[in-house]
Design a protein around this ligand. Structure first.
Ligand SMILES: NC(=O)c1ccc[n+]([C@@H]2O[C@H](COP(=O)([O-])OP(=O)(O)OC[C@H]3O[C@@H](n4cnc5c(N)ncnc54)[C@H](O)[C@@H]3O)[C@@H](O)[C@H]2O)c1
Ligand SMILES: [Zn+2]
Ligand SMILES: [Zn+2]
Length: 363
């Protein structure tokens, strides 16, 4: 099969002929219908993180089950699935505690080793074993993944849209709903309006936030956030984002989401907080980056810093739910929807394809 192979940041990624073994026990093979490009793939490409290499890139995608390995009873050939880049082992203390996004096997075996749960790879290039990326490797015609990382969704969900649920949407909406548990009426700032930040905006809207301030260096991205539920937009090239947010919300916000991961934006998120506020770190910096903050100010203001990995999701429950409440459902209810226009409308930026089941703000 053809697959996108990353070797090192000094060489371009290559589309190569890669061999894929059949699924082993507890695994399935999936024909990839669509894959999204997340900024995390760009981090890999740039060499920001130590990853096993060579590897087949991609960790966001959807497709159809082609073959099930021994012992897989919950999936069958032809099932439509969204790929989850955390495939919970179901047995570690975090999985048993209902926190599968912290799965120890995913964090200590699959991700660092570039392997599947049993510690081995199904991928090879010219007879040499190569690595999986986060147990997914969706930039390929097919993938072999653990069955718990292939989440069955309803057959009528468009695979090209729900592919985004596998990372950007789960990460962004999950950061709001699970990690931060944003309350109705809360005030929110979102720094960075890419696939993840736009999903944070939509999660905040679903949560009933009273103010959602979208910050981006590209005004068209902040404007897109406005169409997806942000109440205010800040052009980070024209204004100091912290001052601009404090102009809009003088007390400071209850939640500031850093959906970029630069040390400067993490510091901005902290500086935007009001009393009792929480900075939610979703965007990821390169290995070794550090940010300083004043502990006295944080403690006296009763503030918190929350890290959010994969939106603290429970993939088996949250991914089908997000796939069902997404834009294709909302768009059906939207006056502008037509059966012809839905798929053939002009190319849209990534997360614009997903919006909450709330009114679409355009009709
Ligand atoms: N925590 C997790 O589990 C998780 C999951 C997925 C992605 N991520 C990380 O989230 C981050 C965002 O991913 P994405 O795919 O949405 O990225 P993206 O490239 O689609 O979007 C980034 C956005 O930030 C904007 N931006 C860049 N610099 C800015 C600045 N200084 N101020 C304001 N806006 C700025 C860009 O214009 C763009 O709109 C990445 O670091 C990615 O690795 C984390
Ligand atoms: Zn991602
Ligand atoms: Zn586990």
């Amino acid at each position: 099969m053809r697959a996108v192979v990353f070797t090192n940041p000094r060489e371009p990624v290559q589309v190569s002929e890669v061999d894929l073994d059949p699924p082993g026990p507890g695994e399935v093979s999936v024909a990839i219908a669509a894959a999204g490009v997340c900024h995390s793939d760009l981090h890999v490409r740039r060499g920001d993180w130590a990853v096993p290499a060579p590897l087949v890139m991609g960790h966001e995608g959807a497709g159809q089950v082609m073959e099930t390995g021994p012992g897989v009873s919950e999936l069958a050939e032809g099932d439509h699935v969204v790929l989850s880049w955390i495939a919970p082992c179901g047995q570690c203390r975090y999985c048993l505690a209902g926190r599968p996004a912290r799965c120890k096997v995913a964090a200590t075996v699959v991700a660092p080793g570039g392997v599947l749960m049993d510690g081995t790879s199904r991928l090879s290039l010219g007879g040499t074993r190569i690595a999986h990326y986060l147990g997914v490797s969706s930039f390929a015609e097919r993938a072999v993944v653990p069955a718990s990382g292939a989440i069955k969704i309803r057959d009528d969900a468009p695979l090209d849209l729900v592919a985004l649920v596998g990372c950007a949407v789960a990460t962004g909406v999950g950061a709001v709903q699970n990690t931060a548990a944003v309350e109705r009426g809360a005030t929110v700032a979102v720094i960075g309006c890419g696939g993840v930040g736009l999903s944070v905006v939509q999660g905040a809207r679903l949560a009933g936030a009273s103010r959602i301030v979208a910050v981006d260096v590209r005004p068209e991205k902040a404007a897109l956030a406005g169409r997806l539920g942000a109440t205010d937009q800040v052009d980070a090239t024209a204004d100091d984002p912290v001052a601009a947010v404090r102009d809009l919300v003088p007390d400071g916000v209850d939640y500031a989401f850093d959906a970029i991961g630069l040390t400067s934006t993490t510091a901005q998120a902290l500086a935007m907080l009001g009393l009792g506020g929480a900075a939610v770190l979703v965007g990821l910096p390169p290995d070794g980056a550090t940010v300083s903050f004043e502990p006295l100010a944080l403690a006296e203001a009763d503030q918190r810093i929350l890290g959010s990995n994969y939106g603290s999701v429970r993939p088996a429950a949250d991914i089908p739910a997000l796939g069902s409440t997404g834009s294709w459902t909302a768009t059906w209810r939207c006056a502008s929807w037509s059966p012809r226009g839905f798929r053939s409308s002009p190319p849209r930026p990534r997360s614009m394809t997903w919006s909450p089941a709330a009114p679409c703000a355009r009709c």
